[in-house]
Write a protein that binds this ligand. Structure first.
Ligand code: COA
Length: 127
């Protein structure tokens, strides 16, 4: 099920083309119970329908997510992306995200341990 205690409908922005959902992005807090982390929000998932990829939907969803994070008061937006997901990493780089760390061997996929890259875009310069 897509929606549960961790994902409310208000956490998800959708891209609509001709009345059809072409993609979605989820904005959330990684540590909702931690006040000291309240200034950081994350893109917790992003996908564009294969039939609509390559047309700028992902770019617009990333920008909409960043705007939503700003509206909610975030100073920093983070996300995690598999190191081998070159297209998504390029998309995020174009959206102003920079790598802040690599989680080595974070996932076991098809019998290989693969890296996850932590990326961030600072909306307010860190002091
Ligand atoms: C990654 C994904 C969201 C991109 O969405 P999209 O709508 O196709 O992306 P856009 O058309 O907005 O592309 C914007 C930029 O991202 C980069 N990009 C996107 N897909 C790319 C690819 N396959 N290879 C290289 N660069 C890519 C390009 O720089 C592109 O700019 P350009 O068209 O000027 O070259 C989409 O491919 C997808 O849903 N993939 C499966 C799910 C996924 O990987 N989600 C991310 C999880 S962290």
């Amino acid at each position: 099920m897509f929606f549960d205690e961790r994902t409310k409908p208000s956490d998800v922005l959708v891209a609509e083309l001709d009345g059809v959902v072409a993609g979605w992005v989820k904005v959330q807090s990684a540590f909702p119970a931690v006040t000291a982390h309240a200034h950081v929000l994350e893109i917790g998932g992003l996908a564009v329908d294969p039939g609509h990829q390559g047309a700028g939907v992902g770019r617009r969803l990333v920008e909409a997510a960043v705007q939503e994070c700003s509206r909610l008061g975030a100073r920093k937006v983070t996300l995690r992306v598999l190191r081998h997901n070159v297209g998504a990493r390029r998309l995020y780089e174009k959206g102003g995200f920079l790598p802040e760390g690599v989680l080595r061997g974070e996932f076991l996929l098809e019998e290989s341990y693969v890296d996850d890259v932590l990326m961030a875009r600072h909306l307010v310069a860190p002091v």
